[in-house]
Design a protein around this ligand. Sequence first.
Ligand code: CUA
Length: 181
Amino acid sequence: MASTERDILRTELRWAVVVAGVVAVIIVVIVASSLAMALHPPSGVERIDPATLHLEGEFVEGNLGTQVGADGSVTARLVAAQFSFVPRCIAVPEDQRVTFRVTTPDVIHGFLVAGTNVNTMVVPGYVSQVSTTFNEAGDHLMPCTEYCGLGHSEMWNMVRVIPQSEWSPDENGRVTCEIPG
Ligand code: CUA
């Protein structure tokens, strides 16, 4: 009887070591990938009133799109709403850090730029911010990745990466683009 209990205890300890090993491997993978591949959760919590964001402040329609600041920083602002992103085409420069700032007046949407590490949720009441650098000119599809209603599958945008030689902000620091067709 006593030896059986000892056997059970030994088996339990053995499996506890196996589980601890698996957890350790998972932690190493998370830390290594976040350091080496810049995979990380979205930045700090920033609140916004979803009922008035179109009336005043940063996300009024005239302030959406890409803007180059006085310090040369590039910021692209978007509103995600059922069932489109505004504006539809986002122009960004090649080989330069770009910060996306996105919010929504209605429900949860997903913000993903295909082929990049840009992937975040857009939650009513909050501003989602994510930065990246595009190293190759060309178009990226930007689909909504969170089911947001009947028009979800039609909700997508384009991000157009423009070569430095063709990157020319206007007098207000604005750069726009259009989706052909
Ligand atoms: Cu917006 Cu799905």
